[in-house]
Write a protein that binds this ligand. Sequence first.
Ligand code: AMP
Length: 315
Amino acid sequence: MTPAPPPSRPAPRPARAKPAGHHDGAATRPLRLAIPNKGRLSDDSVDLLRRAGITLQGSSDRRLFATALDGRLQVLFVRARDIPAYVAAGTVDCGMTGLDVVKESGAKVRDLLDLRFGKCRLVLAVPDGDAASGPRDIPDGARVATTYPNLTKAYFAKARRKVRIVGVSGACEVAPMLGVADAITDLASSGSTLAMNHLREVHTILHSTCRLIAPARTDAAVQDELDRLRFALGSVLAARGKRYLLADVPRKALAEIQTFLPGVAGPTVVEIAGHKDLVAIQVVVDEADVYDAVSRLKALGGRGILVMPIDRMVA
Ligand code: AMP
């Protein structure tokens, strides 16, 4: 089933006294968040919410609508490309979608947080044999196939080139082979799709990741809830690439341990009952440093060493 189209005007707002998601026990309307219903950004969006403690309920197929946080959050599943317009119109209070589609839409929204997944770039690509090394090498009148007509127009206008945009709705990498375009602008991550289609990446137009976006203006109560959501998601991102390390170490080794395990605010040191010469330390370390840290702790007499994942980090 396809999602019902959003109302053309913003849904009526509740009175200020009953703000979105306010949790003082009063009946309020929930904060509305739009996330992609399918495609590359969909699973990562749901996963990020789950890690932030937001478990979705009421949507077994996750295709239309779900609630979370005891009804204080409503999640709408819509097409990634439609999210900027829904957010700008106030149909939802916030959304998660790619910077590429936000820029292409031209929607007036605020970029609240880089969610760091959905990494890709919008690139200019030409057939393998073409010697072009930048937009200025694409001659006036050349045909450029793209699913990003607005960004592409602006890109060539900046390069002072008058190209003809061939708007396609997908798979534009085949356009040069079909003879309908001389160049393309398309999303790439590894570049393998371009290579497979005998295309060469010439220039990057835009680097993109998934973003948390909100309307240009929101009232203070909704903003409060948005800040809470941004904070929760940010704490998950802060914990990425970090590990929690616990160990029992000789008290006399503490000074040296502090030189290579500084942690967020120095390691936490805890007494161990019945052991005068041993203390327990707890410290957050970068994943990349775990290997060396464990080896050095062991060499200094450390034991009971545990390395654990961290879900969220609130500094
Ligand atoms: P969908 O077309 O629904 O899969 O969503 C595509 C969105 O995923 C794009 O708008 C980008 O923000 C993001 N994305 C990340 N990597 C890629 C890639 N290699 N190709 C296409 N889209 C990507």
